[in-house]
Ligand binder design. Structure first.
Ligand SMILES: [Zn+2]
Length: 323
């Protein structure tokens, strides 16, 4: 079968982006408690999601070329969510149980609102809570996920970390990124009986999204411009297989970019929320500054295009459903 062959291709993933330049300090008072919070510099918003594998790019190309195979989205996809709060000892008092419950409810509502046009819904199954410095900074990400991940490959795990960092080994180094997420990959392989064998669950233990806790809606440590929960919306888009709208950073019309027909090509990611921008003036359309898969601030993030919606459903069904 074609898809099976498609899935056999793979390649090593490499980091997408240079590390962001700086962080800013913000003093936050909660009652009598004063906290110094390190938050990402909004001018260097960074998503550390890795480059797509050749296998995933082939799947995108296949789905782009075979529109008939794209589902009509008549059936809702209901995704189980397992969330995990992980804070440092220093930040723990900012996230008491009542706050965690409120933030999670707000975040799930933000996800459901953004994904409703694609007929994708999220239901919160459980929330864990851990106070541990080396997990909160992402210094021991694999160790953390081996301990905390719940459910199957079809289930979404999101780690809301208080000090999510791209340089986590330098503890206290601050939160320098807003998030990153794993892209989907094939979780079955052909066996010698001619059938398919599923990879064991430990093979996908690291699957899931990492999100800076301060980006959750209603966070006591709001990051200006990133306070409506749309960082998680962006990261979960990667979990479904979507790439950045500025993928490959080029205006070359022969570059496949994000493999969508309805997102104008964009060579430079958007920062802030401009009224418009056009980084490829010789190609049709202005930059998709309102697209969740660009880098705009939350107020600018308002849409997935019809192709992206259909692609997420296709990729979920190909890669994650029943896994
Ligand atoms: Zn991203």
């Amino acid at each position: 079968m074609f898809l099976q062959a498609l899935f056999l291709l793979s390649s090593a993933a490499i980091p997408t982006f240079a590390l962001p330049a700086g962080t800013t300090n913000q003093n936050v008072s909660m009652g009598h408690i004063g906290h110094t919070i390190n938050i990402p510099d909004p001018s260097s918003q960074a998503c550390n999601t890795k480059q797509p594998s050749q296998e995933l790019k082939n799947a995108h190309q296949f789905l782009r070329d075979n529109k008939l195979l794209q589902p009509r989205m008549t059936q809702q996809i209901l995704v189980n969510v397992y969330s995990h709060f992980v804070t440092t000892y220093d930040q723990a008092s900012l996230y008491p149980p009542v706050t965690r419950n409120t933030l999670m409810a707000n975040q799930i509502a933000a996800l459901n609102s953004a994904y409703e046009p694609a007929n994708i819904a999220f239901t919160l199954k459980s929330t864990s809570y851990t106070v541990r410095d080396d997990w909160a900074t992402d210094a021991k990400s694999t160790n953390m996920k081996n301990s905390l991940r719940q459910g199957k490959y079809a289930d979404l795990n999101i780690y809301f970390q208080s000090n999510l960092s791209s340089a986590p080994y330098k503890y206290s180094a601050a939160s320098t990124i807003l998030g990153y997420c794993t892209l989907p990959t094939n979780m079955t392989y052909p066996n010698w009986h001619g059938g398919l064998t599923e990879f064991p669950s430990y093979d996908y233990a690291t699957d899931g999204c990492n999100v800076l806790a301060a980006s959750m809606p209603g966070s006591p440590v709001a990051v200006p411009g990133y306070d409506q929960g749309k960082t998680a919306v962006h990261e979960v888009g990667h979990w479904f297989g979507l790439l950045h709208t500025f993928q490959d950073n080029t205006c070359n019309p022969s570059d496949a970019g994000d493999f969508m027909n309805d997102t104008p090509q964009e060579s430079i990611s958007t920062s802030g929320c401009p009224t418009w921008k056009n980084s490829c003036p010789n190609l049709p359309g202005n930059d998709p500054i309102n697209n969740y898969m660009d880098y705009s601030t939350d107020e600018c993030y308002t849409q997935f295009t019809p192709d992206q919606q259909a692609r997420m459903v296709s990729m979920y069904n190909m890669y994650r459903k029943n896994e």
